[in-house]
Design a protein around this ligand. Structure first.
Ligand SMILES: [Mn+2]
Length: 313
């Protein structure tokens, strides 16, 4: 048997009672998977949801807003977490390796939630289609499925899938046709640059890409066509609605008697879908949430400090 490469993370196997040396799974895994992710210093209470859907994270690309996503994941607790495709961007990683520590934090945070009892379902998309070869398997508490039917607390059945399967049906060709893949990458880079400047000016995150997309006629036409096609798929399957991602455009919309849900993305809009205990589903716009939180925090210290300044009676 070929010996494994001598890497620093592999502990020396301990001999067992019969003197054989076993290599446990935990010894082979890299350290960052085993150690817990860094904790916030002042942990705010987590918001509980029944279900959370995120997609189009594009880990492995500079466009991924891992910082905001990590902040979001740390703030929630849910029974089921759906990863609705394009979580890791295999296409970009093949072109050039890009994996800063924050991307590990995101992965670790998800694995930790799985370990703590959250049902984590990973439905691969087109950018992480390599995972599609492994559907049906379980990776350390993460189920890989081609699609799923989620039943909400109020008894509605929702088809959950990434959505790229319908690209060819949508008449406006692939959704990036209006820009092209390289132009889109350039746009995301400009987006990062714009937000670098905005951060230094103390301004909240703002998506240039999302802003432009809403103003490009073809993109708008594509999005509404995509939404109709997905709603039609839900009708054909006899379910009450569909939850998807892929087009980086969060939405909740009634179409021909079914509900179309899109959880958006974490390269442009930084959005997720969340189901409350009563089955109500809403879009969470995390960039806006963080901006509001910062505003409140700026207003609060006076409040907190004041009582201490008042002499005790
Ligand atoms: Mn996609």
């Amino acid at each position: 048997m070929a010996s494994l490469p001598n890497t620093s993370y592999r502990a020396t196997p301990e001999p067992d009672r019969r003197g054989r040396k076993h290599r446990r799974m935990a010894d082979v895994l890299p350290d960052w998977i085993r150690s817990d992710e860094p904790e916030h210093k002042d942990k705010p209470p987590r918001t509980r949801y029944r279900t959370v859907w995120i997609s189009d994270v594009h880990l492995g690309t500079p466009g991924c807003n891992a910082e905001l996503l990590f902040d979001f994941l740390k703030s929630i607790q849910c029974e089921t977490l759906y990863l609705v495709g394009d979580i890791v961007d295999g296409w970009q990683l093949r072109k050039g390796w890009y994996w800063p520590p924050r991307h590990n934090d995101v992965v670790r945070c998800i694995l930790k939630q799985a370990k703590k009892g959250t049902r984590v379902v990973y439905i691969p998309g087109n950018h992480d289609e390599a995972f599609r070869d492994y559907v049906g398997l379980d990776f350390g508490g993460v189920e890989l499925l081609p699609e799923d039917v989620h039943v909400t607390a109020d008894g509605r059945r929702l088809l959950v899938l990434h959505g790229d399967q319908f690209d060819s049906i949508v008449l406006y060709a692939r959704w990036l046709a209006f820009l092209g893949d390289s132009a889109y990458t350039l746009l995301l880079k400009s987006n990062a640059a714009v937000n670098w400047v905005r951060r230094r000016l103390g301004l909240p995150y703002w998506s240039l890409a999302a802003h432009l997309k809403k103003r490009v006629k073809n993109a708008v036409a594509f999005i509404s066509k995509f939404e109709e096609v997905l709603a039609h798929a839900a009708i054909e399957r006899g379910v009450d609605g569909v939850v998807c991602g892929h087009i980086h455009s969060a939405e909740i919309r009634e179409i021909n008697g079914v509900t179309y849900y899109n959880d958006g993305d974490w390269v442009e809009s930084c959005t997720a879908l969340a189901e409350h205990a009563d089955g109500r589903i809403e879009i969470i716009d995390w960039a806006t949430h963080v901006a509001e939180r910062a505003k409140q925090a700026a207003a609060q210290p006076l409040h907190l400090v004041a009582p201490a300044l008042v002499p005790a009676e």
